[in-house]
Write a protein that binds this ligand. Structure first.
Ligand code: GLN
Length: 310
């Protein structure tokens, strides 16, 4: 398949739609650094299992990856912790509620429903602070730099704003701490969580970094090296399908049929196991916090190529 032509065709279709109707949805407003990103960006990039790449529109522009980072922190935690150490405190069920919801935590005694909602990612961050201490942020950016083959860093303005406005995340962390579900100091755990949200990457860098998810855990570029086992990779993909897009996971499975992880920066990472990783970015979001045109781009891609896990 000529993926370059397909991505160009899809971005052109969506750019025309934007010109005709203007952006639908709204760019995230809770911090200035996200609120000022123009809604008109559309980027796409993919990397196939054998290293072929395609990039279209704004696919090489860095953006705030936000909750897409939850895939990479979970990967690091799964690499180093036993099943019991990791999953004794985090569930694996879809939440059916907003990504920053507090409501289920009380019923479930401080145990988050899954690692891809905020509470679950904060619980994963707590595990990583246990593994790496003060070096956790440096370890995470080094991991992503190794995966994508170029230096990946934090947007410190975004990280500082996340911290200054993160009252709900503070509440989630403190609430879990009150149930004994967070071991380390809340401030230290949240510093890692706010930084992971502030990782700045392009669609192409993300498609490269996540390539192990389409290659049964094999390192994106280093021959013979493995990020995780085939079984662990399958599990991350399953969690992405059922929990990666919050309370829209059913709609994503119906419309797109691929494991996906979204973020409020407007990015969506999608995996076609044994084929490719595809990343789309367009900043305007629907009410579930998922990119409106990003979803449309993925839907057009699966329709055009017939690639789906079903
Ligand atoms: N920084 C956002 C938060 O913590 C990330 C949420 C998201 O991307 N869905 O709420």
């Amino acid at each position: 398949m000529d993926f370059q032509a397909i991505l160009e065709e899809i971005t052109a279709t969506l750019q025309a739609e934007l010109r005709a109707h203007g952006p639908r949805g709204e760019v995230a407003q809770y911090i200035p650094a996200l609120a000022r990103v123009p809604a008109g960006h559309i980027g796409m990039a993919l990397r196939t299992c054998d290293g072929q790449e395609a990039v279209a529109g704004d696919g090489a522009l860095p953006f705030s990856i936000q909750s897409i980072s939850k895939v990479f922190t979970l990967t690091l935690a799964m690499q180093h912790l036993s099943e019991e150490q990791l999953w004794s405190r985090i569930g694996r069920e879809p939440s059916g509620t907003a990504f920053n919801s507090l409501v289920q935590l009380e019923f479930e005694h401080g145990t988050p429903r899954n690692p891809f909602i905020n509470a679950g990612a904060i619980a994963v961050a707590d595990r990583l602070v246990g593994l790496y201490g003060d070096a956790a942020c440096a370890q995470l950016s080094a991991f992503l730099s190794d995966l994508s083959g170029e230096p990946i860093g934090y947007d410190e303005e975004v990280a500082a704003s996340e911290a200054a406005t993160g009252f709900r995340n503070q509440a989630l962390a403190n609430f879990m701490k009150s149930f004994g579900r967070v071991d380390h100091a809340v401030d230290t755990v949240l510093d890692l969580y706010f930084h992971q949200c502030a990782l700045s990457m392009s669609c192409l860098q993300l498609a490269r970094a996540a390539a192990y998810l389409s290659r049964d855990g094999a390192h994106p570029v280093r021959p013979g090296a493995h990020i995780m086992t085939e079984r662990q990779t399958r599990r991350i993909n399953s969690l992405m399908l059922t929990c990666g897009t919050y309370d829209a996971a059913g709609e994503f499975a119906y419309r797109i049929g691929l494991p996906c992880k979204s973020g409020v920066g407007g990015g969506i990472l999608a995996v076609v196991p044994d084929h490719l990783t595809l990343v789309v970015w367009s900043p305007a979001l629907d009410e579930t916090g998922n990119s409106v045109l990003g979803q449309k781009a993925l839907e057009l891609f699966t329709r055009r190529t017939g690639l789906s896990i079903f």
